[in-house]
Design a protein. Structure first.
Length: 269
């Protein structure tokens, strides 16, 4: 076997020595030779961290307070048991002609509003708080539901003004109720995604003509979300809906970023 010439061996040795010196210099500056193997791109682009999970204490801290919605709203102690009987009804499937699947979506809306389960089943911590003002009620729910589930819920809600624009439902006493579902006009831009509706139900209550109007809105922040249902027999205060969404989204963002919202976070002039 032919050996390399001496000049070639000398050059190879010099190159090797230069490599060792360069490695030693890296060791002197960073503490370990291995640090030099990290590329600048890797240093500039750290791996993204997972969205923080909402804890039980965090869910409670994320709930809005009376100061967040102004006016004469008062805390209610029985919000978890609220049930609006004007929302009870069996959707008349026959009126949907060829779009029978839409009837199921409209029934899901009524059932979800009645049972306060629009967001579905939580995958983690959750909280609920209710407020009353004369004959109006505002219910605020927040929890960890998973981003995929929340996105599916938001897409479903956005489809309802077209699927359920106006339909009839039969109340428990056999009387008809007319339900109208429209998009909420100019909802605030909050959270990572939002869907908002206004739902009106006309019929009878205790034998007397009655009409209930509700704002219904859901937003997502990461894998957590919140729902606002606001209204009653005398109509709906849209300004309170907007405040609940804006201040609720900020509280949820603060909690998920490790901050503790103040008990009365909103200061009004």
């Amino acid at each position: 076997m032919t050996r390399p010439s001496r000049p070639a061996r000398v050059l190879a040795s010099a190159l090797a020595a230069g490599t060792l010196l360069a490695t030693a210099a890296c060791a002197d500056e960073s503490g370990t030779p291995e640090a030099s193997t990290v590329s600048p791109a890797a240093e500039r682009s750290p791996a993204p961290s997972a969205t923080p999970a909402l804890t039980g204490a965090g869910a409670q801290a994320a709930l809005i307070t009376p100061a967040d919605i102004e006016d004469d709203w008062q805390l209610a102690n029985d919000a978890a048991t609220w049930r609006n009987t004007m929302l009870v009804g069996k959707v008349d499937v026959a009126q949907f002609l060829t779009a029978k699947a839409d009837a199921a979506d409209c029934q899901r809306l009524l059932d979800g509003l009645y049972s306060d389960s629009l967001l579905g089943r939580t995958t983690g911590a959750s909280g609920l708080r209710g407020f009353t003002s004369q004959d109006s009620r505002l219910l605020y729910q927040v929890g960890d539901y998973g981003s995929a589930n929340l996105n599916a819920t938001l897409d479903w809600l956005k489809s309802l003004p077209e699927k359920c624009n106006q339909f009839t439902a039969t109340a428990a006493d056999g009387s008809p109720r007319t339900v109208q579902v429209v998009e909420y006009k100019e909802p605030p831009k909050v959270g990572d995604a939002l869907a908002a509706l206004t739902v009106t139900v006309q019929g009878t209550s205790n034998g007397q003509p009655a009409k209930t109007t509700l704002d219904v809105a859901v937003f997502r922040v990461g894998a957590s979300g919140a729902a606002v249902t606001n209204g009653g027999l005398s109509g709906v205060d849209h300004d309170s809906t907007v405040l609940a969404l804006q201040n609720g989204a900020q509280r949820l963002k603060d909690v998920l970023s490790g901050k503790t919202p103040a008990p009365l976070p909103s200061q009004f002039d």
